[in-house]
Design a protein around this ligand. Sequence first.
Ligand code: MD3
Ligand code: FE
Length: 215
Amino acid sequence: MTDLFAKFAIDPWRETMAEGAILLRGFALPFEDRVLPALREVIAQAPFRHMVTPGGYTMSVAMSNCGAAGWVTDRSGYRYGRLDPETGRPWPALPSAFLALALAAATEAGYPDFRPDACLINRYEPGAKLSLHQDKDERDHSHPIVSVSLGLPATFQFGGLNRNDPVRKYALRHGDVVVWGGPSRLFYHGVTELKDGDHESLGRVRINLTFRGAL
Ligand code: MD3
Ligand code: FE
């Protein structure tokens, strides 16, 4: 059974998107029975909201956070903060199910020492998108980022270090996990407009969790 894959060193569920960027198809599925209820609890404490960019645009993706720090944007800029600006309270703690999933994925991708302190929760409704950008608000770019896709499938765009590098497209589906580290950590990426659909456990939405070492 294992011998077939061992012999050819091929794992059909594992795909290298670029040096340091590893796609683990379905990796979150064994965790979803614990992750989805934990997600609902976090959102009850820190509801989704549409944040405003420094340029004054309201984002089509709704966001929340859990962990010691959360990513926020407003007219004064992008940053990580310990308090939810909507409630004035600290962000909810990282649920143990979230942490277990993030550590297992990072370990599988070769980052056994990853200790996330921030989890950004993105909610896409049909039509929502995230334009091409780099993630560089974190203090130390040597930490990887672990991304978990849940709900409706999305088209993910993955470019290079320069905004005009060619982009490749990947379908990210319910349960897929990507670990981004090494040279790909600062690559441009985005998500195209979400197509309408109905996911059996989440309905008409896509949720993405990104775990980071932000502080
Ligand atoms: C590639 N989120 O929140 S996660 C983000 O699906 C973000 O919601 C997308 O980009 C989403 O910043 C994509 C995948 C991801 C996250 C971080 C990366 C891809 C990355 C960092 C470097 C390169
Ligand atoms: Fe990003």
